[in-house]
Design a protein around this ligand. Structure first.
Ligand SMILES: Cc1ncc(COP(=O)(O)O)c(C=O)c1O
Length: 379
């Protein structure tokens, strides 16, 4: 077993106990709310992590690229939702994958995509399972649930001989603009209400809607506080919750103790006279995600702890990143405490972006690497 001091830096570490607690908590929450958990695996893109996420769930997962879908399909995952609107030219790839799975769900939100999906499926005499993506207020993607054209699109879908309407799907990503749990609660209720209302509108029009799928990590963090629970919802798709990060902690989705992913780094430059340190984790390790800037706090690219973990060292401020350098501002005395060669850990702003930069993710149990995971890469 590798001990942490033997790892080269920068390295992505995941705390086994925290990760398993996060997985269990979300599975319990979904069960108690009466919905199926179809976790998003884009946060880590690792088979082993996904297996932990589905231990207490039905086994379905959500992915954000077809490369992830293929990776997970090869390792026995049979029920996958590709939760990004499909690019028409990628339909042949998706159809090939669908043949190998029990169930592959694709997303569309336009008449062009519906036509392309029908034509591509017809050309191979296959059937495709489709979610109609709904905009529940985030305004990133999805049909307007109040526009009559959205009902017509659903009708075109159910009438297409080679397509099946699996259900409606939305993502309350505007929960990331919230400042606290009270604000997230409002978005969570909007996400639920808008998606369920659209499903009911379609049903009144005679269009069957088997699945009503929602979910983000912040909205799931408050779901148990919703007065009506997740009434009308059949499945939820949070992903970030497995790792959590500083962003989630700053808006109230979790506490700092719930953050499972950290980056091990080494001090490679120490400049007490100007009150700075340089670490070997730059933008290619941490991403340039500035964190919850809408809270009005100064931009920091992560918070530091000692290499063995513990409390955040507030005197060390990670103020800027270039490709392979992270620059820390601190007092002269603080800089002298962390000479070149000192190892530190960084709690990142955005775990999904950080994990996506590393070729390996190390699962850490009692200061030792218990497993090393290889994430899927590419699109
Ligand atoms: C469509 C969709 N569903 C679910 C999720 C998971 O949300 P979170 O990352 O907040 O856990 C995302 C994340 O971007 C998403 O795009």
């Amino acid at each position: 077993m590798i001990h942490l001091p033997d790892l080269q830096t920068p390295a992505a570490l995941v705390d086994d106990a925290v990760l398993r607690r996060n997985a269990r908590d979300m599975a319990r929450k979904a069960r108690s709310l009466g919905v199926r958990l179809r976790p998003h695996v884009k946060t880590h893109k690792c088979i082993e992590a996904a297996r932990i996420q589905v231990e207490d769930a039905f086994g379905g997962i959500t992915v954000s690229t077809l490369a992830e879908a293929r990776h997970f399909a090869r390792q026995g995952f049979r029920d996958i939702t590709y939760a990004v609107p499909i690019a028409p030219r990628r339909l042949p790839e998706a159809l090939e994958l669908a043949e190998q799975l029990e169930n592959l769900n694709l997303l569309v939100d336009s008449p062009i995509a519906v036509r392309a999906a029908e034509d591509a499926a017809a050309a191979r005499s296959q059937h495709l399972s489709i979610f109609l993506k709904v905009d529940c207020g985030y305004h990133r993607a999805g049909v307007d649930p109040r526009d009559p054209a959205s009902i017509e699109l659903a009708r075109t879908l159910v009438e297409a001989p080679h397509l099946g309407l699996r259900g409606v799907l939305s993502h309350g990503g505007h929960s990331y603009d919230c400042r606290n749990r009270e604000e997230i609660l409002v978005v969570a209720e909007q996400e639920r209400r808008e998606t369920v209302a659209f499903a009911e509108t379609l049903r009144r029009e005679g269009i069957p809607v088997p699945e009503v799928s929602i979910g983000s990590t912040p909205t799931m963090a408050v779901a148990e506080d919703l007065s009506g629970g997740l009434q009308g919802i059949t499945e939820v798709r949070p992903g970030n919750y497995l790792f959590f990060d500083l962003f989630q902690a700053s808006i109230g989705s979790c506490s700092l103790e719930d953050v499972a992913l950290t980056v091990l780094t080494t001090v490679v430059g120490c400049y007490p006279e100007r009150g700075t340190l340089v670490v070997d984790a730059g933008a290619l390790a941490l991403s340039k995600d500035p964190g919850a800037v809408h809270l009005g706090t100064p931009v920091l690219f992560g918070r530091l702890t000692l290499a063995e973990g513990g409390a955040v060292l507030p005197e060390l401020e990670l103020i800027s990143l270039s490709q392979e350098h992270g620059k820390i501002q601190c007092s002269e005395q603080a800089a002298r405490r962390f000479p070149v060669g000192t190892r530190l850990r960084i709690l990142p702003n955005h775990a999904c972006m950080v994990a996506a930069h590393f070729p390996e993710i190390h699962l850490v149990r009692e200061e030792r690497v218990a497993e090393t995971w290889k994430p899927a890469r590419g699109w």
